[in-house]
Design a protein around this ligand. Structure first.
Ligand SMILES: [Zn+2]
Length: 661
């Protein structure tokens, strides 16, 4: 039976909730099993991965994927089938129509809706609206764009990227990540320049196909009544238009321009004018901080340090289960991520459904820097998980991690929490060597000296992407040529970053693909919100680290509403002022001497006090933690004596597997 035929609103809501949960869980379970290359046909998420094969969200869906054989969990077929089922559900116009009919019936007085029912129907309408194009001309155009994008992504994947070794004249294959890394560490300028030219060669390679995509995207946006594609995307994702976005961005741009000019002058003075060349900049800025800090971030203690940090902040996970697969191995997917096969929500009978999160990173525990990376990843992804575990709304739609959830909203939570790893107040409490020594102040001070005066470069590189995309979609169609595109990228880099960028704009993958195009501003807004939230808490409480009021305010202010509230409204409600650039600008304007003075005072207090929850003391995050390595379960807080016990077991496993010679 199609949902459209439903007359009872609560029945409609229940069916859509159940169908959503099922499609989402089926896809995510398979996503995890495939990316982790699991052998066993089962993940943490329990129930089966049956997928709805019909295009409507009928409650009696047929089980198309069996638990064994070719289409079992973790095979490419099962992943593709469950992905299609999930997308079909979200893109089904019948569902959208049923929701609208229910809303209209209430408006016309033919049916009664409770406030909660109306709220759920509204988020369903908004969610389906992100995946359905009702105008057939728009839908056809979208299909055309999809195939152009697939073509571009395919040719980009087959592009032979690399650099010509200046010593031998030999072409060496390298990914863009490897090229940028070599630019950072190679002592040979000619090699760095060759790598820069390698990254820069992406632009001319993609430009012809990309120009065509830009034209069609604009056509689609105008068909839907928007000014251009950027305006369309930002409105759909954030609920406000391009104009409002760039009011905020322009203010940030104007206020940080003089800071950038001064930083460029400082770098030229300190390291010579050549340090400003795009192939020299990252090298000139790469200090020895990472190496010096490394002994104070032992990899095997990262889980314990993260758990105590969050515990002392008063963060709880509302009964969630989190599965962590932290170490690299053959066959494992080469990108870290955190997903939620089971999203948190509250059922109509009042019972709360706790979330289940899967989280992976690619650590090699014996490598320099792996401990810090693991810790920052835990703070960041664990922050996303804490956010999504605490969404408490009457439908799983409020916890959808894709649109209509704003990137800026989601990233604000994770970036707020990973920022602790830079605070002297945190380092003085939690950055301890294997033998228990605290990171010396000198190492922390050297780190600030190497980075603080140049932090503005990261900001300018970040805002260059949205400014480039804005200018691109605003070009008159007649001007949209390959040559103009390449020139525009250089113009924007020079205007926004003061010179050509170490990361050429056309080498940034986001603008090319549909999902991530015109959303880079989300990171900018998130960082802005992080700075504003930190400044607010600092003025209110004086300190953030080990302050249980912080977790409580994050949870109640930012996390509970899920995507039912708008990002800008949430920031204003939590910090009591509209989102603005000022606190971020203030951070960048602080002279190094002032930063060092304040941080040193925080550091001394931190060392004197020690962490609120000492190593070995019980931590209760109201969460079950499973530490796994592919199919192997290393430790489980439920059976290994709580989180502290699981952390000990994990530490022993890392020692044995990686660290004992
Ligand atoms: Zn994130």
């Amino acid at each position: 039976m199609a949902v459209a035929a439903e007359t009872n609103t609560q029945e409609l809501i229940d069916k859509l909730n159940a169908a959503y949960e099922k499609a989402h869980l089926g896809y995510e379970d398979n996503f995890w099993a495939t990316k982790m290359a699991l052998q066993a046909s089962g993940s943490s998420s329990g129930s089966g991965s049956s997928s709805s094969s019909s295009s409507s969200s009928s409650s009696s869906s047929s089980s198309s994927s069996s638990s064994s054989g070719e289409t079992g969990k973790g095979t490419a077929d099962a992943l593709a089938a469950t992905k299609t089922a999930y997308e079909t559900f979200l893109g089904d116009p019948v569902n959208l129509q049923a929701v609208r009919t229910a809303l209209e019936a209430a408006k016309e007085g033919k049916a009664q809706l409770s406030a909660e029912q109306e709220k759920v129907l509204r988020i369903m309408e908004r969610t389906f609206g992100c995946y359905i194009l009702e105008d057939p001309a728009a839908a056809a155009l979208k299909e055309k764009i999809n195939s152009l994008e697939a073509g571009l992504s395919q040719s980009r994947n087959t592009m032979s990227l690399g650099y010509t070794d200046p010593a031998t004249g030999e072409f060496k294959k390298a990914s863009s990540v490897q090229l940028r890394n070599t630019m950072r560490v190679s002592d040979d300028e000619a090699t760095r320049k060759a790598c820069y030219e390698g990254v820069r060669s992406i632009g001319p390679f993609v430009s012809e196909q990309f120009v065509e995509i830009v034209k069609q995207r604009n056509k689609l946006a105008r068909l839907l009544g928007f000014e251009d594609f950027y305006d369309y995307k930002v409105t759909a994702a954030e609920g406000f238009g391009k104009r409002r976005l760039f009011e905020i961005m322009d203010d940030l741009e104007a206020k940080t321009r003089p800071i950038m000019t001064a930083a460029r002058e400082r770098l030229a003075k300190e390291k010579g004018a050549a340090a400003l060349e795009p192939w020299n900049q990252s090298y000139a800025l790469a200090g020895d901080t990472e190496k010096a800090q490394d002994p104070y971030f032992p990899f095997e203690q990262a889980v314990d340090v993260w758990a105590r940090t969050f515990g002392a902040l008063g963060i709880e996970y509302s009964g969630a289960t989190m599965t962590l697969d932290l170490c690299d191995r053959d066959g494992k997917y080469s990108n870290g991520f955190c997903h939620w096969p089971q999203v948190a929500w509250r059922k109509p009978d009042g019972s709360f459904v706790p979330s289940k999160a899967n989280f992976t990173s690619l650590a090699t525990p014996s490598q320099v820097g792996s401990g810090k990376t693991a810790l920052v990843t835990l703070l960041h992804e664990g922050g996303h998980a804490a956010h999504f575990a605490n969404i408490d709304q009457p439908s799983p739609f409020f916890s959808q991690e894709r649109a209509p959830t704003s990137v800026a909203y989601a990233e604000t939570q994770s970036m707020f929490l990973d920022a602790f790893a830079h605070d002297a107040a945190w380092l003085g409490r939690y950055a301890l060597s294997r033998s228990g020594e605290v990171m010396p102040w000198k190492i922390i001070a050297d780190g600030y000296a190497a980075t603080q005066p140049y932090d503005v470069f990261a900001l300018r590189a970040m805002i260059a992407v949205p400014y480039f995309e804005k200018a691109l979609y605003e070009l008159p169609e007649a001007e949209l040529t390959k040559e103009r595109l390449l020139a525009l990228a250089d113009e924007v880099e020079t205007r926004v970053q003061g010179g050509l960028s170490p990361r050429p704009l056309l080498s940034v993958p986001h603008p090319l693909s549909d999902e991530s195009s015109c959303y880079y501003h989300g990171y900018v807004l998130a960082e802005m919100a992080v700075r504003q939230t930190r400044a607010y808490f600092k003025s209110k409480y004086g300190k953030l680290v080990d302050n249980p009021a912080i977790g409580k305010e994050l949870c109640e202010g930012y996390w509970r509403p899920g995507n039912g509230a708008m990002f800008l409204d949430l920031v204003e409600a939590v910090t009591h002022k509209p989102l603005a650039a000022d606190d971020w600008v203030h951070d960048l304007e602080r002279p190094l001497e002032a930063v060092l003075r304040e941080e040193e005072a925080d550091y001394k207090e931190a060392v004197a006090q020690g962490p609120a929850i000492k190593h070995g003391q019980p931590v209760d995050l109201k969460m079950r933690v499973r530490l796994v390595h592919g199919d192997e379960v290393i430790a489980d807080s439920e059976t290994d004596g709580g989180l502290a016990g699981a952390c000990d077991k994990f530490k022993a496993w890392v020692d044995k597997t990686y660290l004992s010679a």
